[in-house]
Design a protein around this ligand. Structure first.
Ligand SMILES: [Zn+2]
Length: 291
């Protein structure tokens, strides 16, 4: 087809701006739909779940973390900006172990986005009372990853093989962690750990260790409780007190001094889950007296 009318200056300008608008639209479309198909927007409660979802979903998913790095899922409240982004999410992956953030907010999230599917990552796992930190046992994490895999396949069955391959690769890393924690436990001379915030109950349960926690039910320890724990820590030969970056640690220096113990920070919520659990492993090696 030939354009026969003469192009005046105004027409050129019009054509140029139309071309510009078209290029912008193409750019926008490419951003929204990389690699052809549109990406699945997956909301998760906490950063470690973001690694699980990205590990299985690869470049098919975009992840929205509701409790950002540095915040505590025991107290955090989402921002209006997060709620509006949540309105576009296709899937929500809950920890599902009774963590306060989900108990307070899941109903609201379902109201904000009724078409969003919700999956409980802890489905099929045996829960501990008063301890929502289920992801901190690699053995539990393996089941959580399987649940995330099933949810993604249900939502996007076309890419089942891709998800299966990703899942298997990541499960391999978790299996390695599981073996290393089992080996550590088999060599441990000390079988108890002293922590401020009781986040490690599942890890201890699954690997035959015992957690002594200063904080109880989210409350600072009483002097009587501190005295009792110091006594028990002495008897058990404990020389390390673990703190975490998101939780308080009032009075921990005085307790460390009394026990002649070292204070070591370990993070229950780091997004680089596998690397972080290797750091936890190293920290435990020392605390459990494994040379
Ligand atoms: Zn916690």
């Amino acid at each position: 087809m030939i354009i026969t009318f003469p192009l005046g200056l105004m027409n050129w300008k019009l054509l140029l701006s139309m071309a510009f608008i078209m290029l912008c639209s193409i750019g926008l479309l490419l951003t929204l739909h990389p690699g052809g198909g549109s990406r699945i927007l997956v909301a998760v409660s906490i950063p470690p779940l973001a690694e699980f979802v990205k590990a299985v979903g690869g470049d098919r998913v975009e992840v929205l973390v509701m409790v950002p790095q540095g915040a505590s899922p025991h107290t955090y409240e989402p921002t209006p900006g997060q709620l509006s982004k949540l309105g576009r999410a296709d899937l929500y992956v809950m920890v599902g172990s009774g963590i306060e953030f989900e108990l307070s907010w899941m109903d609201r999230f379902r109201d904000v986005n009724p078409r969003m599917r919700v999956v409980n990552a802890s489905l099929g796992l045996e829960l501990l009372r008063d301890d929502p930190h289920i992801w901190l046992s690699p053995r539990c994490a393996m089941v959580m990853v399987e649940n995330i895999y099933s949810a993604l396949v249900e939502l996007d069955p076309e890419h089942e093989d891709y998800y299966a391959e990703n899942r298997d690769r990541y499960l391999g890393l978790l299996r390695e962690l599981d073996e290393e924690f089992s080996e550590l436990s088999s060599k441990a001379r000390i079988r108890k750990i002293l922590v401020y915030h009781p986040a490690w109950g599942y890890l201890c349960r699954d690997y035959g260790l015992e957690q002594l926690a200063l904080e109880r039910e989210g409350k600072e320890p009483t002097p009587r409780w501190i005295e009792q724990l110091i006594e028990e820590a002495r008897r058990s030969g404990i020389k390390v007190i673990f703190t975490s970056p998101q939780s308080g640690s009032r009075g921990v220096e005085a307790i460390a001094e009394e026990l002649d113990a070292e204070i070591v920070e370990i993070d229950p919520l780091a997004e680089d889950y596998v690397d972080n659990m290797h750091r936890v492993l190293e920290a435990l090696r020392e605390a459990l007296g494994v040379g």
